[in-house]
Design a binder for this molecule. Sequence first.
Ligand code: ZN
Length: 203
Amino acid sequence: MYEGPIQDLIDQLAKLPGLGPKGAQRIAFHLLAGENVEIDRLVAALGKVRDDVTFCAECGNIAAERLCRICADARRDATKICVVEEPKDIYAIERTREFDGRYHVLGGALDPLSGIGPDQLRIRELLKRLAEQSDGSVVSEIIVATDPNTEGEATATYLLRMLKDFPGLSVTRLASGLPMGGDLEFADELTLGRALSGRRVLV
Ligand SMILES: [Zn+2]
């Protein structure tokens, strides 16, 4: 245990995912030994994240304006929507360069034990998007790209049930080959790209 502010900083940093006490200590002492301007930049970046980051009104991705970069891009194929759990999954799929459609972020996966039911996810927004089809193009495929774990599979099954009655809509799921129990963002580009191009039709 250190004294005063440095220990407070270590405690705060240690709460961040993936750091742990040792990593937190390393960063805290790095900042302490560094230039003041480095700390100023970090504080400014944190403030900007708190104040300026918003979510896309259409898909729920991180956005700097009302629509995210992908929804605002008219060249993206609006007939395909890839449904993901988190914005970071969008970036994982974009890295594969296998997908030129739009996205929909659920904000998590079904997990009844943690109190996350359909109402806690952006499922209603997805159904609304399909019902409205405001931009004139008709969505013909929903690719369910939830994580290959228990919660992700439960979410895919639920979505399938909700989507199967939309006329002319095909629902697909990423092909197997992704490590089970894993997180989409940790799949390498090649594996994820293959899972995407080899997706199978559920309905
Ligand atoms: Zn968007």
